[in-house]
Design a binder for this molecule. Structure first.
Ligand code: SAH
Length: 393
């Protein structure tokens, strides 16, 4: 089907012909005056060749491409893309008796730019990052319910829609209702608060990195910094840690962590303690050698390219504080989820921290996002999670 027309400047079709899914506003020569934010549009090269269909948006990304042909964008289209995403997760073995939390749709990585869907048992939590996906929410929710195991669809867009779009964001069930807030990850139980929590309520992207941490936890004194729902803490406890301390500046996050520890371990266990404190302060006051396994998983220090320099300073300072006091023979799991910081820059920040702390440091693992957060090969910007596991003497 053909929608309202957008024509590119000469030469600006090249990245789209290599299937990059974004049209920047500066690439547009002419556009129908009737185009409104979130409308479906058909994009043409300067010579009139049809490139594909996408969602329009006001801003530097002016169109997010959904197809590279003239396929109609309707409920059947969304159903097809969701099925493909679902089949891929089936191939990954993520929906099992002991695991029912995973990302079903990772935006551009699943050829659905602007859409994120996480699955928690019978509930799909859906977030629109573009006006086009916001307008398509009912069609997408209907299509979601036709996937095996999805009974409820919660739509959460209050924090993700572009602020300038004046769209009346909604946080509500589109289909079904609250059935259970409990999800299973590798046999561990977690309460997921999609109603009030950050993002979709849980960070499924750390699943494999938590498993790796479990493997290193036996007998260790663990500090889980920026704990949020306590994911790393619960894995460390199951891995046989001697003690686990969880820190987050948000009192609510600390409560979520305590609840999740209680969900998995009996009250007499006694190995876990949590602290509602600022990370930098906690590290300043921390005794030397108090911990021999530290996790640093801060929020994105750079949400945009403009904040890159400050972000790199932030990563260096944070890592230096941990490296200065961590016990000899320790392991440090350190992460950055800033999309604007690439893995070389992050590694350089950690290298500077190690040099500042004057420790002997070796890289044991280089971590990234898991396979249910795939990177569209034509859209390298989709790579965001970076981690290093260090051995510190
Ligand atoms: N590691 C978590 C995710 C961390 S999200 C997981 O595996 O799920 C980042 C967390 O950092 C949020 O919970 C936020 O409340 C917390 N945070 C942000 N700034 C902080 C600060 N200065 N000190 C401590 N915690 C902070």
């Amino acid at each position: 089907m053909i929608y309202k027309k957008v024509t590119l400047k000469r030469g600006k079709e090249e990245s789209l012909q290599r299937f990059h899914p974004w049209v920047f506003s500066g690439a547009i020569a002419t556009a129908d005056d009737t185009i409104e934010e979130g409308d479906l549009v058909t994009v043409y090269a300067h010579d009139g060749t049809l490139i594909g269909n996408g969602h329009s948006q006001i801003g530097s990304i002016a169109v997010r491409m959904l197809t590279f042909d003239d396929t109609t964008i309707d409920e059947a289209f969304y159903e097809q893309r969701l099925r493909e995403a679902y089949q891929m997760r089936q191939a990954l073995g993520l929906q099992r008796e002991d695991n029912n939390a995973f990302r079903l749709v990772h935006g551009e990585g699943d050829f659905l730019p602007g859409l994120v869907v996480d699955i928690y048992g019978p509930t799909a939590v859906m977030q629109a990052h573009s006006p086009g996906m916001h307008f398509a929410r009912n069609a997408i929710a209907n299509a979601l319910t036709r996937l095996p195991g999805v009974n409820n669809v919660y739509y959460k867009s209050e924090t993700t829609l572009p602020y300038k779009a004046h769209l009346d964001p909604v946080n509500d069930y589109i289909v079904g209702k609250m059935e259970t807030d409990e999800a299973l990850e590798n046999g561990l139980r977690f309460h997921v608060d999609w109603l009030k929590g950050q993002k979709t309520g849980f960070f499924v992207d750390q699943r494999e990195n938590r498993s790796l941490l479990e493997h290193y936890s036996k007998g260790r004194k663990v500090l889980n910094m920026f704990c949020y729902t306590g994911g790393f803490s619960v894995y460390a406890l199951r891995g046989g840690a001697q003690m686990v301390h969880s820190v987050d500046s948000s009192a609510k996050a600390v409560r979520l962590t305590d609840d999740n520890v209680a969900l998995n371990f009996p009250p007499e266990d006694g190995r876990h303690k949590s602290f509602a404190e600022d990370a930098f302060k906690f590290l300043d006051n921390m005794e030397e050698n108090a911990y021999d396994l530290i996790i640093l998983d801060p929020p994105a220090f750079a949400k945009h390219k403009s904040a890159l320099r400050n972000a790199l300073v932030g990563y260096r300072r944070l890592n230096a504080k941990a490296l200065e006091k961590i016990a000899p023979g320790s392991i440090l799991f350190t992460f950055s989820c800033s999309q604007a910081v690439n893995k070389e820059q992050f590694r350089l920040a950690v290298f500077s921290a190690a040099a500042q702390a004057k420790r002997k440091v070796r890289i044991l693992h280089q971590l990234t996002q898991p396979a249910d957060h795939p990177i569209n090969i034509y859209h390298p910007e989709g790579e965001y999670l970076k981690g290093l596991v260090l051995y510190v003497e």
